[in-house]
Ligand binder design. Structure first.
Ligand SMILES: [Zn+2]
Length: 294
């Protein structure tokens, strides 16, 4: 019995020592790698935020739809549950959210958007979209919306402080009034020409009550210091130049330096930063699906 107890104690000491040694070795190894493992998440966070600012482009795609990148290659998605990309550069929007697409020498900021319709209006990630693809119902009649009106007042006051006169030339237009305008242009120039500068019934952004035509609607406005100030500063007040120069094939409209649309400051600044149209920012098109039958 004594012998067995003695052997037990001996074994206990042996195992105990062994355990202490193993623990000490593990602790030493852990200490050796401690700075590395602690720094790793920090380092990757830094890399993430660095590359966020390094993103050289922007791509939006609707959830459940695809978009084609112009360059095929070694793209990969930082979150494949949001957006997936294949070797041909075909991007699929999986679920609403943002991530990045990266290749060896490029980085794209990607937004997968959710398109919803509500009482005949179309919203993409909550932003009301009206263009050639998406219209408004006849009874959508909000007038100039206070949020846009207030933002414009601030813009106008700040411009005046710099000696510039920016005022509302035209803002809200009803469905019925737009019908009149379009029909007149269509009779004068033919519908194909009219479509490049005037909206068909239900397709005028002026009906949203979020759009303002500044000062005078003519091409000379583009040459004024007011137009230059507007282009440079309107995003600070939540507006975008809705139909920019050189993007006519995307918006479906001629360049209109006077036509601004309220989208909110954050959205406007992101659109300005990446030099986008609202269509590109939301991942939608602007095309009528039929020729004019009026
Ligand atoms: Zn306009």
């Amino acid at each position: 019995m004594q012998y067995r107890i003695g052997k037990g104690i001996y074994c206990g000491i042996l195992w105990g020592t062994l355990l202490i040694c193993v623990t000490a070795i593990l602790a030493a190894v852990w200490l050796l790698f401690l700075p590395h493992t602690c720094n790793q998440p920090q380092a990757s966070v830094d890399a993430e935020s660095e590359s966020e600012s390094e993103a050289t482009g922007f791509l939006a795609v609707l959830q459940g739809e695809t978009a084609q990148l112009s360059i095929a290659g070694d793209w990969h998605s930082t979150d494949e549950t949001i957006a997936a990309v294949d070797d041909t550069g075909l991007v699929t929007g999986i679920r609403q959210g943002t991530c990045q697409l990266r290749s060896e020498d490029a980085c794209l900021q990607v937004a997968v958007r959710l398109l919803e319709t509500c009482v005949g209006c179309t919203y993409v990630d909550g932003i009301l979209i009206v263009n050639k693809s998406y219209g408004l119902p006849e009874d959508y009649d909000p007038g100039l919306q206070p949020i846009a009106e207030t933002a414009f007042e601030e813009l106008s006051v700040d411009a005046a402080a710099e000696g510039l006169d920016i005022y509302i030339g035209s803002s809200y237009r009803s469905y019925a009034y737009q019908v009149e305008i379009y029909n007149n242009y269509s009779a004068l120039y033919g519908w194909e020409q009219a479509d490049t500068f005037s909206a068909r019934l239900g397709h005028s952004e002026h009906q949203t009550g979020l759009t303002i035509d500044c000062n005078t609607i003519n091409d000379e406005f583009g040459e004024t210091p007011e137009a230059a100030w507007l282009a440079q500063h309107c995003a600070e007040y939540g507006f975008i130049i809705r139909f920019p120069e050189g993007k006519e094939n995307i918006t479906g409209y001629q360049y209109e330096p006077w036509h601004i649309r309220y989208v909110g400051k954050e959205t406007a600044k992101e659109i300005q930063k990446y030099n986008l149209t609202l269509e590109e920012y939301l991942g939608v098109t602007s095309e009528y699906d039929t020729s004019w039958q009026g």
